[in-house]
Ligand binder design. Structure first.
Ligand code: UT7
Length: 332
């Protein structure tokens, strides 16, 4: 086997997603906080989002999405070597949500751990899973981006509560000699800006107390404008890097899947990359920002709706708290 094949012998053989049934539309939010459908639509593009039912947790959403991905891959869960769940809303601080999914799936021989890179989590998980396969350590890896963001949203804060939703997306990565799969990936981070998007409470710095609950620090906090600027800059730069590394230009890409946070961010990145509107896949109007699940759910929908065909080149770009970001070029 050539060196190139050794590094590229990782194929995505199954993709699946799941969103909860309950739809929370902008009109309903108008009765919860001081906002309007017009403001949310014009500033973000979001029309509705999905909210998990009581008793439906991140592990539940992740398990549903995983079953669909495994079915598409034709792989029995017992054949999995590794499960990675990317999430900022684990069922509990520990054990890992990946272990709860491992149990539900009956993935009896799999190692399992969570990965935390916020909205960039799925691209991070893809790179980690791919590396395990490229190194020959594992053959079958399940990666999942799953979030129940409704559990950490301050439903009294109009700056944030209109933006997010719940959901999960999963992909099965398998060793396939000669598969092209991932052509190039760039991951990045900048902890200097950790405070512009964070949930300050509940960790060891500020554990839960009666005061911490009253101070509402167990909710997601965001400086929207700062995040917006950083997101456009980092995602554009990462996308340009992976295009250059893979020797492709934007015209060679059939489908661009950006993190689904804000239509204005997506449009700004598209125009900086010189992309046509019809190259860019957008579904945020239906789901809002689902963090680690965002690009995974979008990838599944793009596949199901025939936006991606065998042999197509796909550019996935994400950005999130940390700060973290990532871009990857895939050959489907
Ligand atoms: O997934 C991780 C990445 N996250 C993101 O990418 C989110 C990035 N940020 C954004 O998408 C945008 O910054 C927001 C959508 C969050 C906000 O849009 P903006 O154009 O940056 O608005 P802004 O924060 O500058 O707020 C403009 C005004 C403010 O009023 P004043 O201070 O100008 O009087 C806000 O109080 O809009 C007000 N506002 C709202 N009004 C009605 C903020 N939220 C709302 C709301 N309804 N829901």
């Amino acid at each position: 086997m050539s060196e190139e094949n050794k590094l590229q012998g990782c194929a995505i053989t199954g993709v699946g997603s799941y969103v909860p049934e309950r739809i929370l539309a902008n009109a309903e939010l108008e009765s919860m906080v001081d906002t309007t459908d017009e403001w949310i639509t014009s500033r973000t593009g979001i029309k509705q989002r999905r909210i998990a039912a009581e008793g439906e947790h991140t592990s539940t959403l992740a398990t549903h999405a995983s079953r669909r991905a495994l079915a598409q891959a034709g792989l029995d869960a017992a054949e999995l070597d590794l499960i990675i769940v990317a999430t900022i809303t684990p069922d509990m601080p520990f054990p890992a949500t990946a272990c709860l999914v491992q149990k539900e799936l009956g993935a009896t021989k799999a190692a399992a751990f969570d990965l935390e890179a916020a909205c960039s989590g799925f691209i991070y998980a893809l790179e980690v899973g791919r590396a395990f396969i490229a190194s020959g350590i594992y053959k079958n890896v399940l990666i999942i981006g799953a979030e129940k963001l409704s559990s950490i949203i301050d439903w009294e804060d109009r700056n944030t509560c209109v933006l997010f939703g719940d959901g999960a997306g999963a992909a099965v990565l398998q060793r396939r000699d000669g598969a092209r799969g991932v052509l190039a990936t760039r991951l990045g981070s900048d902890g200097n800006k950790a405070d512009i998007l964070a949930m300050p409470g509940g960790g060891c710095r500020q554990p839960a107390t009666v005061d911490s609950v009253n101070e509402r620090i167990h909710f997601l906090k965001m400086e929207g404008r700062e995040v917006y600027k950083a997101a456009v800059n980092a995602m554009t730069a990462a996308a340009k890097e992976v295009l250059e590394t893979s020797g492709l230009s934007i015209e060679d890409i059939q489908c661009i899947i950006p993190h689904q946070a804000n239509q204005r961010i997506i449009s700004a990145i598209g125009s900086r990359l010189g992309a046509r509107e019809d190259q860019v896949f957008v579904n945020l109007q239906k789901y809002g920002n689902t963090s680690a699940a965002s690009v995974a759910v979008a990838l599944d929908e793009a596949l199901q709706t025939g936006k991606i065909k065998r042999g197509d080149k796909i550019l996935i770009i994400a950005f999130g708290a940390g700060l973290t970001w990532g871009a990857t070029v895939l050959e489907w």
